[in-house]
Write a protein that binds this ligand. Structure first.
Ligand code: 1PR
Length: 575
């Protein structure tokens, strides 16, 4: 059967891509056999996970050779993220594994000296000037798209890959890299169009609808030459293009968070607590009323996407109780959300080993895999991360490879593993009162005039405090392979008094992975404050969005007015 095919090797979330293609009115067929590749009229390769495992999968499934033939025929091809990287000669991520070698150049690790790594968030793609390479590919010069990667191909002016292939460059900190390539009918993006809102869906639409290619005949010959020269180093030079100087346009992310649980009637609802108490006050004793119901998860997520949220997080807040794999209510929520929401989705709560009613144990990796296949881009680990950190220190500062953080990061990449931290302030009179913990001076004195505090990590939704401070936790989690920290505060949660800047600065300065500030947003100015005073990559809020007290647009406008780089809200696509 001809048509559009998807080259998937089962490594992660391709559901959003498939949903976007379907929403655009196109059918897509999964490649099941190597012979399917040459049957395709159009082929999309959304590479997921590590470079080495992607390449190994291509070879072990017998896809590599037909893929090279397909490319040599100059048939329409779209590679995404690792699907783009695989066309290069190799990657420092997996130094001993060669790439397909169709594009000259090598994929390198970003430097963490001046920025958080992974590069996770929205950044601007700038079109190389001087050619017609950008025509008809749906890319807008200067528009922000969603990236998530630690490795990229550096943009080196005058290099063969820059001259012959580069379509856009993107600046991250002090490094410029190639963020898309195009030649003939081959078009690849380092960013994820299916996660880049309506702007990204437009890029997919152009590929799916498009008939034209860029200098197809000339480039067909060039691609062929490159394929056959792969490994041999022959490079055929195309006319030279002059890049425009770029500057870092990496934006701060605004994340909408939905705490989800079943209410007393058994319906799954979005709820929201004050200092983690999600029940209404009872009229009789002031305690233990109904679970607050602020809406339906799928509908709210869609609203936030349309209003311009850069990312959406679902937290299943009661899943510290055992949630069998056979009964994960959030799977359906994710499946339905990913039909209409095209920004990154994170799911948290219950990412741990779970036990089915028949006693069958499913490792955390399997649980996470279910979520990825159903539309999640990242999983967030709460309680289990604290236990993993405790084990890390008990082993003298190393992992044993078995924790959920390690196994999931190994299989799906660090960028897919978020740690949700639930710290609570413990006030002390002097640092010597908490000799094994990192003590700081908070902005306000404690209830008994205490000048110092440390931040205690909790598990089970804040119900149990552990003998570990937040700095110890995040340092261990980063070492174990986590890619991002979602930093809540039990003291600030729902209070609308602003983020805990001392806590956030303490964590931000301890690690190099991205940090999402959470808990306490009550006004647009709180977002400005947290970005200006802490350097976090993202800020999350829940209550003010659910209760429509502060529109997302007002948050973004206020940040822009304050000179903070933010993704502008793009117009909905007419599909
Ligand atoms: O331990 O891996 O099963 O994960 C459980 C997850 O559920 C953790 O991420 C934990 O943070 C979350 N959780 C558990 N209980 C609660 C609760 O509220 N009772 N919610 C809870 C945590 C905090 C934030 C909230 C921000 C912003 N909610 O996610 O959205 O504080 O709120 P605000 O803007 O209204 O101030 P595991």
């Amino acid at each position: 059967m001809t048509g559009t095919y998807l080259l998937d090797y089962g490594a992660g979330n391709v559901r959003s891509l498939v949903n976007a293609v379907k929403k655009l009115g196109h059918d897509i067929t999964y490649v099941k056999d190597p012979s399917d590749i040459l049957k395709a009229d159009k082929l999309i390769f959304p590479g997921v996970g590590a470079f080495g495992s992607a390449m190994q999968s291509l070879h072990s499934k017998g896809y590599a050779e037909p893929l090279k033939q397909y490319l040599a025929l100059n048939k329409p091809f779209m590679g995404i993220c690792v699907g783009m990287q695989s066309l290069f000669e190799g990657s420092d991520e997996s130094p001993n594994v060669p790439g397909l070698g169709i594009i000259p150049g090598r994929v390198r690790l970003f430097s963490a000296k001046d920025k958080a790594v992974p590069h996770m968030g929205w950044n601007t793609a700038r079109t190389i000037q001087g050619g017609d390479r950008a025509k008809g590919c749906g890319l807008e010069d200067g528009r922000a798209y969603y990236f998530v990667h630690s490795f990229a191909v550096p943009f080196v002016e005058g290099s063969p890959e820059a001259r012959e292939w580069c379509l856009t460059t993107t600046q991250y900190g002090g490094e410029a890299f190639i963020s898309s390539v195009r030649r003939g009918n081959v078009f690849c993006t380092q960013f994820h169009p299916e996660k880049s809102g309506f702007a990204g869906v437009n890029v997919l639409k152009a590929f799916l609808d498009g008939n034209a290619s860029v200098g197809a005949e000339l480039d067909a010959a060039l691609i062929q030459a490159s394929v056959f020269a792969a490994g041999g180093g022959l490079s055929v030079l195309a006319p030279s293009y002059i890049p425009e100087p770029t500057q870092d346009q990496f934006t701060k992310r605004i994340v909408a968070c939905l705490d989800v649980r079943a209410n007393d009637q058994g319906d799954l609802v979005v709820t929201k607590g004050d200092q983690y108490d999600v029940r209404e006050q009872s009229t009789t004793d002031g305690k233990g009323g109904d679970v607050r119901n602020l809406g339906k998860p799928v509908e709210l997520a869609r609203r936030y996407f349309e209003e311009g949220a850069d990312e959406i997080t679902f937290l299943n807040i009661t899943s510290f109780r055992n949630c069998p794999l056979t009964d994960l209510p959030m799977l359906e929520v994710l499946r339905r959300t990913s039909e209409t929401v095209f920004v990154p989705l994170t799911i948290g709560g219950g990412i741990k080993d779970v036990v089915d009613p028949d006693g069958k144990v499913h490792p955390a990796l399997e649980v996470a895999g279910e979520y990825f296949r159903n539309g999640a881009d990242k999983v967030s680990i709460g309680s289990d991360a604290v236990y993993a950190a405790e084990k890390y220190y008990a082993l003298g500062g190393r992992g044993d490879g078995t924790s959920a953080i390690e196994t999931i990061a190994h299989a799906y990449g660090s960028q897919a593993v978020v740690i949700s931290v639930d710290p609570k302030k413990v006030y002390v009179n002097s640092p010597s009162d908490a000799p094994t913990h990192h003590v700081i001076q908070p902005a306000q004195l404690g209830p008994n005039g205490e000048k110092y505090c440390w931040y205690q990590c909790t598990v089970s939704g804040g119900r149990e405090g552990r003998d570990m401070d937040v700095r110890q936790l995040v340092t261990a989690c980063q070492a174990l392979g986590a890619g991002e920290i979602l930093l809540n505060s039990m003291d600030q949660d729902g209070m609308k008094q602003g983020y805990d800047l001392a806590l956030i600065n303490d964590v931000r300065s301890a690690i190099s992975i991205p940090v999402i500030a959470s808990s306490g947003a009550g006004a647009p100015q709180h977002f400005v404050e947290v970005f200006e005073k802490t350097g976090v990559e993202a800020a999350l809020a829940a209550g003010i969005f659910h209760r429509r007290e502060v529109p997302l647009e007002a948050v973004k406008d206020t940040c822009v007015m304050a000179g903070i780089r933010i993704r502008t809200i793009d117009a909905p696509l007419a599909v």
